[in-house]
Each structure stands twice: as C-alpha cells, then as structure tokens.
Unconditional design. Sequence first.
Length: 284
Amino acid sequence: MTTARHPRARYRTILRFAARYIAQEWWFAVVLPRLGLGAIAHRGRAARIRGIAVHFHAVALDLGGLMIKVGQFMSSRLDVLPPEITSELEGLQDEVPAVEFEQIRELAEAELGVPLSRAYSFFDPMPLAAAQAVRTREWRFKRHQGHWSINNQFWDPARMDAAPGQGDVEIWTFDNRSGGWFHPIHVHLTDFKILDRNGQPPQPYEVGPKDVAYAGEGEVVRVIAKFGPRRGKYMMHCHNVIHEDHDMMTNFEVGTGGPDPVTTAPPKPVTDPLPPLVRPPSTA
Ligand SMILES: [Cu+2]
C-alpha cells in the first residue's frame, strides 16, 4: 500500500522531485538566457512543463492521499498555471488504485495501537453502501405448482438467471410475500450485507457479513454484495433442504469465461452404499 510508506521515504521522493525541477528551471530559465540561448529554452518550454506535470501525476499516484489533493488543487488553478499542467492533472482523482480493506485495517490498527473493534463502538466490517450498487435484482421466493420456486422458475443447471459483472456491487431483494413459508437464502461465492428488512434496519445480530439471509414469512429483505473476486457460475438457493431439493435454487454467472462447477466438479455416482447413520444396538 503506497500511503503506508515510511514518512521519510515520502519526504525524500518529494524533495527529489522538487530539486530536480528547480535545477531544471534554473538551467533553462536563468542560465541559458544569460548565455544567449533563450530561444532554445523557450522552444522546449511547453514540452518541459508537460513533462513536469506527467511526473508529478505519477508521484501523486504513488504517494496518494495529500499529494492527490495537491494535484487536484493545481488542476483547478487555470488562472495561474499553464494548461499543460492543469489538463494533465485534471483526471487525477479517478486513478487512485483501490486498497483492500484488510490493508487499511492493518495500518489503522498499527497507528491506533488497538484493534478497530476496541477503538470504535461500531465498525462496519463490510463497507458497502447502497450508492455503490450498479444494479438491483428482485428474487421472489414462492410455493408454486407443488414445488418451491424463485421468480416462478425451478432449478435448471443450464439457465443463468443473473450475470453480475466481475467486481460489480449489486442490491438483491429477497421477496417472500407469497405464503406461509420461511426461506433462509444462501448465496454462493460472496458474502453480503443486509441493508434492510421490511424497510427497517437489520437486527443487531445480523449486521455483519452474511452468506445466509433469513427471509421470514411475508418479509422483504434487501442485501448488498460485491460479486467477486472470482468469475464463474455460482448458485443461490433456499437452505431448507426440502426447499432446495424441490426446487428453490438458481444460477448466476459472474463475469464471463469463469469456471463452471458442472464441468469442473461433476456429480459422481454413489458406488458404495453409505453406512447407516445409526447402527442397531449390538445383540451379541
Ligand atoms: Cu425455503
């Protein structure tokens, strides 16, 4: 993580950058004109300034944080800075690389000297917000034609009912307003966060990362998830065994070209009978 670099190394990078370009400008703007070579210095000025901006851009991305802010500030000063600099720096904010939360946690805990859970009365272990979602999907869980269905459809391993892009954040609504059954909904691949239950905040015991959401009778539960990091075909199903077997299960595919469990781990026939779960008491 770039911003975790030791402060001295950061200062050295900034000083090297400043020294290099102060010397360069001294040479081109002071020395060469005195030697009667001002025209040469002037001819290359635009390219030189653009070079400084490109280098600053790279340094800001490398150091992150405050240096990005400095670059953004400079990009807005069209009144005092040449366009070679402002145009080079104007896209700076969009290029900050994402940092894994575990790295942020490590740095924060090192600086605080205590685990985050002790430093704060509440710390969201899954920082996903509804505003990050790129789409929403509705899933209706319903007793249908003597079986259990999702969106009035039954399990078909060949049918993909959703295709989130790899890394997309989506909101999924689990709608169980159709009858007197409850469904613990289990999503493979990724953990999710419960946004709300019947429009109300989730219960205190269900605020952490989940892989099952209880959708009680008549309930609507909204969850949010980031679909990744892997691609491939995954399932969502009710975790009541009778329901998932008849036939409350569906497929979704994340990204394209990922693994397919039907081909990578196909079902095998049972050749040996399984031992009985309970052995009869010995009569010997
Ligand atoms: Cu169910």
